[in-house]
Write a protein that binds this ligand. Structure first.
Ligand code: APR
Length: 392
């Protein structure tokens, strides 16, 4: 039995990057919202993910008066690195003005900073909200049911529901199957993703017959390591010694080992769900799309959706104009498909060199030519540097 029914303008489901950024934007615009998060604060603030905010994201936070949320006191101040092909290093140029705004900021630090900013501004953020269920999505107002930590059933009536609950959330599942189309592509290879207590040395990515490898700094004395492996591999197949010798083989240079604190398999996939709106429910971020991690654009897309949606809600609430809300899905999808095209291109470019059945050596030469072009053409260099800054 529902014991309490409250009222707000926007219920935000999920306190990840999309949900918390949206909450902050709405509060700054004087629009009421409640954020419902399934996990505990401690869990959310320590969940390790991507590491960088690109220049668009940094500029966006600055424009909304939230520049401080991108600051990580432990981050390296300088972005350096290169790409190795068959043991030859191509240094990356990070001096371009267009990328000078990109910052190293692990996602859990951004989430922590956004949470602090939201609570400081008086935001309503409820952790450990169980069984969140949006209803009446085609009605005048939606109703979001959930159970609080003490088991009490609650309901919040609202004008809009923002589904910011990631790829495995429940928001998207509230849209009937015959309304939603899924576009999906899963690669035959995955990444073994490793967190190690060692500086990234070397720092960058390697393309090699044996497959892609990466060593990306995460602060002064930690790094995220990536090793391309067949889809279906398990972390148990990768004992620590195998990881260090494989990195050494793929970079073709000495890689000093360190303590490994986490290993997991990350599948490489592209997903897009369309439309992103259904009545009062709007999907944002990973709830609506996934780009392969090689593109380093997951955060970018989540932040793009968030800004488009925030402006649309503000326009409707303050001026009664629903135009931006009506076009929310189309606006975001056209941006997303551009980034999917980019993500597929860069994923294909950087992988497959080790797969003889996929013209491995031929692919590698294409990658070499393409990367050389990126480093010599100013326009292409800008694009590629921005991407690389996202990765590093
Ligand atoms: N009810 C409430 N909250 C939920 C539910 C649910 N049923 N299911 C999931 N959540 C919460 C998760 O615990 C998480 O905190 O929703 C949040 C979703 O956050 P993210 O997965 O970080 O998704 P998003 O905000 O879209 O951020 C996208 O994260 O994975 C990266 O590459 C991705 O950088 C991109 C960014």
């Amino acid at each position: 039995m529902v014991t309490t029914t409250e009222d707000t303008t926007v219920v935000i489901i999920g306190a990840g990057v999309a949900g918390l950024t949206l909450g902050n934007f709405l509060l700054k615009s004087g629009i009421d919202c409640v954020v419902l998060e399934k996990q505990s604060r401690q869990y959310v603030e320590n969940r390790q993910r991507a590491g960088t905010i690109d220049s668009r994201g940094v500029r966006m936070f600055r424009e909304w008066g939230l520049e401080d949320v991108t600051k990580d006191k432990d981050a390296a101040s300088e972005i350096t690195g290169g790409i190795w092909i068959d043991e030859v290093m191509y240094p990356m140029d990070f001096d371009d003005d267009n990328i000078s705004d990109s910052v190293l900021c692990p996602q859990q630090v951004l989430v922590r900073n956004l949470t602090d900013a939201f609570l400081r501004a008086g935001g309503d953020l409820r952790f450990e909200a169980r069984d969140v269920t949006p209803q009446d999505l085609l009605g005048e107002r939606a109703l979001v049911h959930y159970r609080s930590t003490d088991g009490t059933a609650k309901a919040i009536s609202c004008d809009f529901v923002a589904g910011c609950d990631g790829f495995h959330g429940i928001s998207r599942a509230s849209i009937p199957d015959d309304v939603l189309t899924r576009y999906s592509h899963v690669y035959t290879f995955s990444w073994l993703s490793i967190l190690a207590e060692v500086p990234a040395n070397p720092s960058g990515m390697a393309i090699h017959d044996r497959g892609l490898a990466g060593m990306i700094p995460r602060g002064a004395n930690a790094s995220r390591l990536y090793i391309q492996c067949p889809a279906g591999d398990t972390p148990e197949q990768w004992p620590d010694e195998r990881i260090w010798s494989e990195l050494q083989a793929r970079f073709g240079t000495e890689v000093p080992p360190g303590r490994i604190v986490d290993k997991r398999i990350v599948p490489l996939r592209c997903e897009v769900f369309s439309p992103m709106s259904y009545g009062n429910l709007h999907l944002l971020g990973d709830a609506a799309h996934i780009v392969p991690p090689m593109s380093a654009k997951g955060i970018h897309l989540a932040l793009f959706d968030t800004e488009v949606f925030a402006r649309a809600v503000i326009k409707k609430v303050q001026e009664g104009d629903a135009g931006l809300l009506d076009s929310y899905s189309d606006t975001c999808l056209s941006h997303i498909w551009n980034y999917q095209a980019f993500a597929v291109w860069i994923t294909e470019l950087m992988h497959n060199a080790g797969d003889a059945s996929y013209e491995g050596e031929f692919r590698k030469q294409l990658a070499r030519a393409e990367l050389e072009r990126q480093f010599t053409s100013p326009a292409a260099n800008r694009l590629f540097s921005e991407l690389s800054a996202g990765l590093l």
